[in-house]
Design a protein around this ligand. Structure first.
Ligand code: GDG
Length: 506
């Protein structure tokens, strides 16, 4: 895009939408290999926007930003777009992302107040990095542009944007849960965060419960007035599951402005999965995996190393299964893909050590020369290969203690065909309120986890097919394209904002 032309659509997400590598002295941009469901979902928006810009951070070279290319033009399977990289020093990244975001905000978002680590949090730096993001976005944006900010580590961006560009349309999407007021209020910066979120035109969440938690904080802490509440509609289960919520507040009124609350979960990309699976290469790979597994039952578990993902609890349940049902020894195998985080994330170091320790202990206790109960991969598996494992697997264990949504659950479902596998899904993953036909489980209870594993293993073929067919229908209907259409409609409905708030904020 010419440097003097401003964009009508700016996505602000802290990560760049590709991986940068140097090959034979040349910088090349490759599609992301590391696990992340957000980047591909957002890149989908570039296929229809001609002047879209993505703002992310990139570590500035220690030599004072020499040769730092701030804007790069990307041409990939999603379209053509500019990526503006905000140069941050290694210290800024560590303090903003690894410490304040992951040690202070992450445990609160996921309702683990006991792990909230206030000491090392550096709020000044967090605020400063957010301000830099807002400035970078505003430099690119036309005055009435739509600026779409993603995730909690950019919580303070909306208010800075509103101050610089009062007529911009500002939307925010939370990929994580939004906790109940009594947990959110642990954050000492709660008013500042809410003041920023309440300067948006639309604040988005995956499921009604998170939207209601946000509305409850906005009204109880900030005195925002709640607008109309409507019954939660499909695809959501309104009652009966841990994260169910029968009503959805549609808007809030705060300091003379209207803030819309939007609830719509990201979907998987079944079209892409079909394209991967409907190739000879994939069919061969699935047969190969099935041959390797033989007459054993294959369990799968896929995710990042993170205590919220409940990997430790899931592994212990698998260990108990081998203890409780000795007849299953040598008859089951668990492929656990648990991808290690970026270096320097001390918040996750303990979780990774614990996963490695448990796998070693279980394999040591039950395995033998010809059978290893658990195959652990701390490296990512290429997506084309992962879908083949999903297709071949008998049971997929998605048992986080807390998770905004969980795309792995939906991707597993989208991979199922003639002889479908069983999905065991935590009630504390947002996806559970969309997939009532999974074997839902409370991962905080060992007994419930044990029962869920037994239920999945012993399920009749007809029940397995029935449940899978209901889930496949939902995952295909509420896919990533549905999410994109929904979000676009919401954006189009935003009416130009008045500048009341910018006056109050100034
Ligand atoms: C956040 C929220 C919310 C995983 N391992 C590999 C791999 N993956 C891919 C999966 C999936 C994505 O990464 C993970 O998405 P999740 O949704 O499970 O989890 P988070 O990364 O925690 O994402 C979450 C999400 O945002 C979207 O809003 O659902 O709750 O925490 O797409 O397939 N991909 C490859 N190799 C792997 O080993 N290629």
């Amino acid at each position: 895009m010419p440097a003097d032309k401003k964009s009508s659509f700016v996505i602000v997400y802290h990560r760049q939408p590709y991986e940068e590598a140097v090959e034979q002295g040349r910088t090349v941009f490759r599609e992301n290999k590391s696990p992340n469901g957000i980047v591909p979902a957002l890149k989908g928006f570039f296929s229809s926007a001609t002047d879209a810009v993505w703002v992310a951070w990139k570590q500035a070279p220690a030599d004072g930003k020499v040769n730092f290319e701030r804007t790069v033009r990307i041409k990939d399977s999603y379209g053509e777009y500019d990526v503006v990289r905000l140069p941050l020093t290694a210290e800024q990244v560590k303090a903003f992302y690894h410490v304040t975001s992951k040690e202070a905000l992450w445990p609160i978002l996921h309702s683990f107040p006991g792990l909230f680590n206030y000491g090392p949090a550096d709020w000044e730096n967090f605020r400063e990095v957010n301000r830099l993001f807002a400035e970078a976005a505003c430099e690119q944006a036309a005055d009435d542009a739509l600026i779409w900010v993603h995730d909690y580590n950019l919580w303070l961006v909306p208010l800075f944007v509103r101050q610089i560009k009062p007529h911009a349309r500002i939307a925010f999407f939370h990929h994580t849960p939004f906790p109940a007021p009594d947990v959110f209020n642990v954050l000492p910066w709660r008013e500042e965060i809410m003041q920023s979120l309440l300067s948006c035109d639309v604040v988005g969440f995956h499921i009604p419960r998170y939207g209601e938690n946000f509305a409850a904080v906005a009204s109880s802490l900030m005195g925002a007035e709640r607008g109309e509440a409507l019954p939660a509609e499909s695809p959501f289960e309104p009652t009966g599951v841990a994260l169910a919520e029968p009503m959805v507040t549609t808007a809030l009124r705060y300091q003379g402005r209207e803030v819309n609350i939007d609830v719509c979960p990201i979907g998987a990309n079944p079209g892409l999965i079909d394209r991967h699976l409907n190739t000879d290469k994939a069919r061969k790979r699935v047969s190969e995996i099935e041959r390797e597994i033989g007459d054993r039952r294959l369990f799968m578990s896929v995710g990042r190393v993170d205590y919220v993902k409940g990997t430790k609890e899931m592994l212990s349940a698998f260990g108990r299964l081998l203890e409780r049902r000795p007849e299953l020894r040598e008859k089951v195998k668990l492929f656990c893909v648990c991808v290690a985080p970026a270096e320097g994330m001390s918040a996750y170091r303990g979780a990774q050590r614990e996963v490695e320790r448990l796998v070693g202990a279980i394999n040591g206790k039950y395995g033998n020369l010809s059978w290893t109960p658990i195959m652990l991969s701390t490296r990512g598996v290429p997506f084309e290969d992962l879908v083949c494992y999903y297709r071949a697997a008998d049971i997929c264990l998605v048992t986080p203690l807390r998770d905004g949504l969980n795309l792995v659950a939906k991707e597993f479902v989208a991979c199922q065909a003639d002889d479908p596998g069983v999905l065991v899904l935590s009630e504390f993953a947002g996806a559970a309120v969309e997939l009532p036909d999974a074997v839902l489980v409370n991962p905080y209870s060992e007994r419930r986890l044990d029962a869920a594993l037994d239920r999945a293993l012993d399920m009749s073929e007809s029940e397995r097919r029935e449940r899978a067919s209901a889930m496949i229908g939902r995952v295909r209907r509420w896919d990533v394209d549905h999410w994109a259409r929904h979000v676009r409609e919401r954006f189009e409905a935003i009416t130009p904002t008045d500048d009341t708030l910018s006056k109050t904020a100034a």
